[in-house]
Design a protein. Sequence first.
Length: 149
Amino acid sequence: MLDIYHFSNFKNYPSDHGADEPEMKKKLILVIDDELEIRNLLTRFLEKKGFSVVSAGTLGEGRKLFDQSKPELVFLDVNLPDGNGLNELKHINSGKFNHKVIMMSAFDHNEVKIEAIQYGALDFLSKPFNIARLDQVVQTQISNPTNTK
């Protein structure tokens, strides 16, 4: 099992986008996590996979980026300095559409996972992440257009 915390060399991890592929609009992913290391690791991994990434360290910053950029997928931490990610998940999915949100937490409690899924999260990642699991979650959620109301 390979943890993302220990996977610092992304050059050897396969990319889904080869150099000879035509230039296409990259899908945008938003990462909201108060840990700079997590934001940087997710950003590097996702950019290596061919995605555009924006990130925020607080819910307030994340809300602004969400409204401005309309991301394809959101990685949202449960515990943030200015609020609870589960409450934000309820807010994000309270409108007409369910947005693709993956919840994350260093606290691996089943109650939190169940609550996240009930509020509309498509998946839940426990920190530290396993690279293969992270890749599987991203590929599944990006390629599945049926995850909206």
